[in-house]
Ligand binder design. Structure first.
Ligand SMILES: [Ca+2]
Ligand SMILES: [Ca+2]
Length: 256
């Protein structure tokens, strides 16, 4: 690959992807397998931003007309950093928006983590999620769980890679995300209905999940984004009956 007069050598023997970029020039590229791709951005990018786009631990290359320098890096797939955080107490369906432009053309999962808060009866921390939209894909849960998966035991924010997953059930089972309608079993907690709809997903925080810090993971099926995926939007229902704040984190899991 050649930027301006700079020549670049990329060692892909130990990396699935290699990201390269000319910082502050609005130009970045990456090698995916044997295919070189070059992207031109409207705005300037720093090396750190390029690294984030390609989920890289570091980013290679600073090129100029006068000289070229090369570095080799391993670009990892896997869970992103936290892209959005929301906390309760909010007894309404509230829309949240996250730009996924940085993940154009990648295959990802949408991922959420709910953490039970520390004050009040912790069985009242049932968090709801509904009406998720990204790049032409819509998840309303009106007819099925749409291949969403949940953990079934207390799983921390640092344990995504070792988490055990199962299909989201039509249930009100404690310690996992469920597909439900008509309100959760505990009074005055959780969503009473879907967002402008009947069905929703929610995290049931009855025993044994009625513990401060108890963690629930939820993820979508894999989605291959277009070249212009735009924003992911989703509605949260973070009613904790006035007890305080649980924490809902949003990530993406980059598969390829
Ligand atoms: Ca719904
Ligand atoms: Ca509950």
């Amino acid at each position: 690959m050649n930027y301006n007069t700079g020549n670049l050598t990329i060692n892909t023997t130990t990396a699935t992807n290699v990201a390269i970029g000319r910082a502050n020039a609005g130009v970045a590229g990456y090698v995916d397998g044997q295919i070189a791709k070059v992207l031109i951005y409207n705005s300037e990018l720093t090396h750190a931003q390029i690294a984030q786009i390609y989920n890289a631990k570091c980013v290679a290359l600073g090129l100029s007309q006068a000289s070229a320098s090369t570095e080799t890096l391993a670009v990892t797939t896997g869970l992103s950093s936290v892209l959005r955080t929301d906390t309760g107490d909010d007894p309404n369906w509230t829309q949240r928006t996250v730009s996924l432009s940085a993940y154009a053309s990648r295959t990802i999962r949408l991922v959420w983590h709910w953490t039970v808060g520390s004050t009040g009866p912790t069985y009242q921390y049932d968090a709801g999620l509904d009406n998720i939209s990204i790049d032409g894909n819509s998840y309303t849960f009106e007819s099925s769980n749409q291949s969403f998966q949940t953990t079934t035991s207390n799983t921390s924010t640092s344990a995504y890679n070792s988490a055990s997953w199962t299909s989201v059930p039509n249930s009100t089972t404690a310690g996992r995300w469920n597909r439900d309608s008509g309100g959760t079993p505990s009074g005055s907690t959780g969503p009473p209905s879907g967002q402008n709809s009947t069905w929703y997903l929610y995290a049931e925080t009855s025993s044994p999940a009625n513990v401060s810090g108890y963690g629930f993971w939820l993820r979508s099926p894999s989605i291959t984004l277009s070249g212009s995926p735009g924003n992911c939007t989703y509605y949260t229902h973070l009613n904790t009956a006035g007890n305080g704040q649980g924490t809902l984190r949003f990530y993406v899991d980059v598969i390829s």
